[in-house]
Ligand binder design. Structure first.
Ligand code: GDP
Length: 781
């Protein structure tokens, strides 16, 4: 390598060994373009991975917000998952913090006064660290870039920033502090002043390895994160055991440390030109070869960190002092001291070291620092992806469940509505039939009871008296007796059968409707519906009003009297006429086919008007003209007529027959007159009452039966209406449930959609990190 450099330099300069080397400012610089610097690999990689982590940070924040939103929406998200992702937030923040602090760290080791500080200064192109006699570094000095315009230092014990304007001040400050040899003093130097610092290279100068036995402590404290170790050896002597020992220890703690060996003070080995001859040159070459061999042997065989070929590229023969001097002159600083023979070669080798060092530190730092960040980033992305996968799957599952719930509810709702229409039709029919049946039964039963009215009246046993006041009371009681008797007889005949019928109809309604109701509503139905007391029809037979117009006729009437005979003759005619008249004037026109339910007003009717018309019909004088004439003549001229008839009879039949007939007739009259007692009057009264009540009651048969059927209809309709109400409530609840389900399904769809988007973002971020690894980590091997 060195030979190659020598040859190249000779070709470049055209100088012989005796010529002065050209001025440093004409030496081609490897750092013409800042972007071409290998350090840019680290800088760009750092920027790239930082950008990816900014995305990851946003991504984790979005995911946490998303998961909290799911929590709010009551979509099941495991608390542990949320905590996991929240923990990632802290992790990413931690990685970003580390990333901002990530730098390339180079640690310089070697014995005291080998020129470590001078090498650092030469690389930094400035006299930053004090060097030389009296300025032995007695602690760890770390030089790193700062964004401030002023340089300052911070010690471990004193975090206060101490301004450092010059090397003198720094040396003074270092002297002032009572420093332990393994203590770290951080020197912050304005980045703008130095390219290496700007590119995040951190330099660590150490006390000489020969001055301390605490190598382990040093390594643990300051070296484990170093990307490159530079051993500054003295070219005037061979590698010392202490120097070697240090790296042995390092290699036990770090698997494959990057080591450069700088044989410094190589200028001191160069002879003054006037004494330089071929023999000396050969000797120098021999020294170099020996140093090289030993160093290679150390790296290859002892430390086992490189192959022989790799090791060649890690060993340099330089003069840090000259390099620093040349660079200071380049910047117009420092004195123009004459440069000794071979400077160019050494300077070029120094630059070569710098280039290789930059490449090495850049790649190493990218690998050691960013590889683990990238791995962690990928781990975070994959963990979050699997959490999101779970959420996505469970959201999809829940959505499927909700969809099937929705279908079920929808089907149930449709079914219930259809069934309700069907059942309503059937129940209407049923109620109509029931109503007709009840009407029919009540009508028949009442008619029969009316026919048996006389026996009911006969059962009335209150003492009878013709005295008007007593008779009035008697009548009232009789009304009541008839009313109660009829009522209880009807109840006895009908109630059980009707109640059974109604109950069975109601039971059928319950059964039919129960099937349409959900479980919880069924329980409500049980509490709401079945009546505690069985339904009973009220037979409203208001005899008091109905027979209010009854006027008894308790005057004695000889049954064989002429009036009675005429009446008897006319009576049969009148009866048939009256029946006809009644049929033509049905008081109540109830149509059982009217719709259900009926309002009670449908059944109202004007009792008084009906009664009056009935009474009117009863009072209507249907007697024939002939009868009227006969009756009138009999009534007014009865006595004269009787005498004429007697005279006529006397002449034709003979007095004996007449006398016998008269006697019999008289005896009959006498007999009837004598038997016209209170008992006979009561009987007559009851007969007249039965006649009257029968007429009146017959008129209200239809009305009563309609009324009863109406009661039944009301009962059944209201039961059905209550059941319908329950079903309506249930369908209403189903509607609400459907709407709720739709909202839930939409929300689950959104949740699944967002989970998918976030999951894809995790893939994207993983991919970005893969690309990063491809670009900066894998291509380096
Ligand atoms: P450190 O103790 O290892 O940091 O050594 P310094 O950098 O302080 O250097 C000690 C002395 O060696 C200083 O006086 C330097 O000027 C001198 N020195 C450093 N490098 C070279 C070099 O390459 N050639 C010569 N001749 N002297 C050097």
């Amino acid at each position: 390598m060195a030979a190659y450099i020598n040859r190249t330099l000779s070709l470049m300069s055209g100088d012989g060994p005796h010529n002065r080397p050209p001025m440093p400012n004409v030496i081609p610089s490897l750092r013409n373009s800042h972007d071409a610097s290998p350090l840019q690999i680290f800088v760009k990689a750092k920027k790239k991975i930082n950008d990816v982590f900014v995305d990851i940070e946003d991504y984790v924040k979005d995911t946490v917000a998303y998961m909290h939103a799911l929590e709010d929406k009551k979509i099941i998200v495991e608390q542990d998952s949320i905590k996991d992702v929240e923990a990632f937030m802290l992790k990413v923040k931690g990685i970003r913090d580390v990333l901002t602090r990530d730098h390339m760290k180079v640690a310089f080791f070697g014995r005291t006064s080998n020129g470590k500080s001078t090498v650092i200064n030469a690389m930094l192109r400035d006299k930053i660290l004090p060097s030389g006699i009296g300025h032995t570094t007695n602690c760890f000095l770390q030089v790193e870039g700062s964004d401030t315009q002023e340089a300052y230092l911070v010690t471990e014990d004193n975090t206060e920033k101490q301004n450092v304007k010059s090397v003198g001040q720094l040396a003074h400050a270092l002297c002032k502090e009572k420093l332990n040899e393994s203590e770290l003093v951080r020197v912050y130097w304005p980045r703008d002043k130095c390219l290496l610092l700007r590119d995040d290279v951190v330099f660590v100068d150490s006390p000489g390895v020969d001055v301390t036995p605490n190598l382990d402590e040093w390594i643990d404290k300051h070296c484990l994160d170093a990307d490159v170790f530079v051993l500054v050896a003295n070219a005037e002597s061979t590698l010392m055991v202490t120097e070697k020992n240090f790296f042995h220890k390092v290699s036990t703690k770090l698997s494959k440390p990057n080591i450069f060996i700088l044989n410094n003070r190589w200028d001191a080995s160069a002879s003054e030109p006037e004494y330089l001859d071929q023999q000396l040159a050969n000797e120098q070459e021999e020294v170099r070869r020996q140093h090289q061999e030993r160093a290679i042997d150390f790296l290859v065989r002892e430390l086992k960190v490189y192959t022989a070929k790799e090791a060649e590229d890690r060993i340099f023969f330089i003069s840090a002092k000259e390099a620093l001097q040349a660079r200071l002159q380049e910047q117009g600083q420092g004195s123009h001291t004459p440069l000794v023979e071979g400077f160019q070669t050494r300077y070029f080798e120094f630059q070569d070291f710098e280039r290789k060092f930059e490449e090495c530190i850049s790649k190493s730092a990218v690998k050691t620092k960013f590889e683990q960040h990238s791995q962690r980033g990928k781990h975070i992305a994959s963990e979050i992806r699997s959490i999101l996968d779970k959420i996505y799957e469970s959201a999809q599952r829940m959505k499927e469940d909700k969809l099937s719930d929705k279908k079920q509810v929808h089907d149930k709702l449709n079914y219930t509505e259809q069934q309700l229409i069907l059942v309503t039709h059937e129940m209407k029919d049923k109620i109509r039939h029931m109503v007709e049946d009840v009407e029919q039964r009540v009508s028949t039963a009442l008619s029969e009871e009316i026919r048996r009215l006389s026996s009911l009246v006969d059962e009335f046993s209150l003492p009878f008296h013709t005295e008007p006041l007593v008779l009035n009371v008697y009548k009232k009681e009789l009304h009541l007796h008839v009313e109660n008797g009829l009522g209880s007889n009807l109840r006895a005949r009908l109630s059980t059968a009707l109640a059974l019928n109604i109950e069975s109809s109601q039971r059928e309604m319950y059964d039919r409707m129960e099937k349409l109701l959900p479980e919880e509503k069924r329980r409500v139905m049980i509490t709401v519906l079945p009546r505690r007391e069985p339904f009973e029809i009220l037979y409203r037979l208001n005899c008091d009003n109905l027979c209010a117009d009854f006027h008894e006729d308790l005057e004695f009437k000889f049954s064989w009297g002429i009036m009675a005979l005429i009446q008897r003759f006319v009576g049969s005619n009148k009866k048939s006429k009256k029946q006809l008249n009644y049929l033509n004037n049905r008081p109540y026109n109830y149509n059982p086919n009217t719709s259900i339910p009926m309002s009670p007003t449908d059944y109202e009717f004007n009792t008084s008007s009906t009664n009056s018309s009935l009474i009117g019909s009863i009072n209507a004088d249907d007697w024939s003209f002939l009868s009227r004439v006969a009756l009138a003549s009999m009534g007014s001229q009865g006595t004269i007529g009787g005498l004429l008839l007697a005279g006529f009879m006397f002449k034709t039949v003979g007095w004996r027959v007449i006398a016998v007939t008269g006697a019999v007739y008289g005896a009959l009259y006498l007999y009837e007159r004598l038997t016209w007692t209170n008992k006979a009057k009561e009987k007559q009264f009851k007969r007249q009452y039965v006649q009257h009540a029968t007429k009146k009651l017959r008129l209200i048969v239809d009305l009563t039966s309609a009324n009863c059927s109406h009661q039944v209809q009301q009962e059944l309709s209201s039961t059905f209406a209550r059941l319908c109400h329950l079903v309506d409530e249930a369908t209403g609840e189903m509607d609400v449930r459907l709407k709720d389900l739709e909202i839930e399904i939409r929300s689950l769809e959104e949740a699944a959609g967002s989970a998918k988007v976030l999951r894809n973002k995790a893939n994207y971020l993983s991919n970005e990190l893969d690309l990063f690894e491809d670009a900066y980590l894998r291509s380096q091997h």
